[in-house]
Design a protein around this ligand. Structure first.
Ligand code: GLU
Length: 487
């Protein structure tokens, strides 16, 4: 095995990248980066029935978007390819034959009907389902002939009947499995394709993978893999099985309870920085109370030793919070570039760059996602034509209209229309009218934005500018008066 750290992410191309897959990819990438190692992308497409057109391109695009770049993989060959399993079939067949020659594997000619019958019988007897090893006793020379003559067959691995196997896992320590719970695993299927178990071991060895970092769901398969390494006489890689991802109710993370595809979160406008930060914490933490991490910081601090065994809960509130934190950290220019497409998709075109930057600066504490900016910030660019009903009910009565017109008058006479001056003018008028400032503030917000919440009112007014504010107030008085007073 190479002394250099070499890790891999080995997804099956199902059409989208699951957040669990992103976590596996990220941990491998961080571990490689931190150890000056190589990160390999390998496509495990041996299950031809699950093949999805365009899945590999989509996967690579999503990883690239997330900032997880592989050193070797499809299209980036470096002496260990091909990196797509369906292009490596002869390699697996040769290795299966090696195992047969060594007596560690055998041909199995059992028909699907016989296996079906067996399963039914085992179910009726309340037994666990396992192959009864019928063909294990066949004469090897005889089997070889039958296979060579074209008789339909699979190749199975020979699992010891008694005893147990102990292996080390960085995250779990020593783990022991009893052989009698392991089936004589199929290694080559009747269509000539390898199963995952054979392919993964052969590839990890030939690609000189030093550390196998993958999800806990593969732990039950690990003893079969360890046995295969022994059968081939190969050195074992280091294993690290990452904790399961759970829904908040502690069930296994599933589509049923929310989105699991990274693309879905991307489409909703979550920042990749937030997604990466969030996913990094699904099983790992820095050992203190810091929570906001950039990719650079993660690379500097990530450590397999700090990955826990306990299932990691996928908490969307936490993701939302992190997204907000990363929005606050992002330079205004970058956020501006991110929100422009959303504005344009909503028909708000051609906003001047410096104007848009000012809008983003005003709203950034309130942008939950970059997508949705147009909806929550539309009134920064377009006068409202509706007014929140509850706000009108609460903040507008017969006396409001005349007060608002007085305010419009006062504002239009101002020379400097900046935050402090606007605040001074509003408060002075409230005093003269002997009312609380809030009697002007709430209706003004409603009049100029149509809403009851938003950024600081005086900043918002300064952003809109005097003529726009005055005209919006006058407009609102007309429209809301109609609503409220029916006049
Ligand atoms: N192809 C497996 C998957 O889809 C990879 C498991 C492994 O990393 O060994 O997750």
């Amino acid at each position: 095995m190479s002394t250099r750290v070499r890790v891999r992410f080995a997804p099956s191309p199902t059409g989208y990248l699951h957040v669990g897959g992103l976590r596996t990819a990220l941990y491998n990438y961080l571990f490689a980066k931190r150890n000056d190692g190589v990160f390999v992308l390998r496509i495990e497409d041996t299950d031809q029935s699950r093949k999805v057109e365009g899945a590999v391109d989509n996967l690579i695009r999503t990883l690239d978007w997330a900032g997880i770049h592989f050193n070797e993989g499809p299209g980036r060959d470096a002496n260990h390819g091909p990196y797509v399993q369906s292009q490596r079939l002869t390699i697996y067949r040769d290795h299966a034959h090696e195992l047969i020659r060594k007596g560690h594997a055998y041909y199995c000619f059992c028909t699907p009907e016989r296996l079906d019958e067996l399963r039914k019988q085992q179910a009726a007897e309340g037994k666990g389902q396992a192959y009864d090893r019928h063909c294990r006793a066949l004469d090897p020379a005889e089997s070889e002939k039958r296979a060579a003559s074209g008789e339909r067959h699979v190749v199975r691995m020979r699992i010891p009947e008694y005893g147990e196997l102990t292996m080390r896992d960085v995250i779990r320590g020593e783990v022991t499995f009893k052989y009698d719970v392991l089936d004589d695993q199929v290694l080559i299927k009747s269509d000539g394709f390898p199963t995952y178990h054979l392919a993964v071991v052969v590839d990890d060895h030939l690609m000189e993978i030093s550390h196998v970092i993958r999800g806990e769901e593969w732990l039950p398969s690990a003893p079969k893999h360890v046995l295969l390494y022994r059968y081939f006489g190969w050195e074992l890689p280091v294993f690290a099985h990452l904790p399961l991802l759970l829904n908040p109710d502690k069930s296994k993370l599933s589509k049923r309870q929310g989105d699991v595809a990274v693309e879905d979160y991307r489409a909703k406008g979550y920042l990749k920085e937030a997604i990466i930060n969030f996913v990094a914490f699904l099983g790992w933490n820095p050992g203190d109370d810091r929570e906001i991490f950039s990719m650079e910081q993660l690379i500097n601090e990530f450590d397999l030793e700090r990955v826990g065994k306990a299932g990691a809960v996928f908490n969307v509130d936490k993701l939302n919070w992190l997204n907000q934190q990363h929005i606050m950290l992002k330079p205004v220019e970058e956020l501006t570039a991110l929100v422009r497409p959303d504005l344009e998709a909503n028909g708000i075109m051609g906003i001047d760059e410096s104007r848009l930057r000012a809008a983003v600066a005003l709203m950034r504490e309130r942008i939950p996602f970059v997508i949705g900016f147009a909806e929550s910030a539309r009134y920064l660019f377009v006068a409202p034509d509706t007014y929140e009903e509850a706000g009108v009910k609460k903040n507008w009565d017969a006396e409001t209209g005349p007060r608002m017109l007085a305010l419009a008058e006062r504002l239009s006479a101002m020379s400097a229309f900046e935050t402090a001056e606007i605040e001074g003018a509003v408060k002075a008028l409230a005093e003269e009218l002997q009312i609380k400032a809030s009697k002007l503030i709430h209706p003004t917000r409603l009049a100029i934005s149509g809403r009851t919440g938003g950024p600081g009112l005086y900043e918002l007014m300064a952003f809109l500018g005097k003529p726009e504010v005055v005209s919006r107030i006058r407009n609102a008085v007309e429209k809301i008066n109609l609503l409220v007073l029916g006049a």
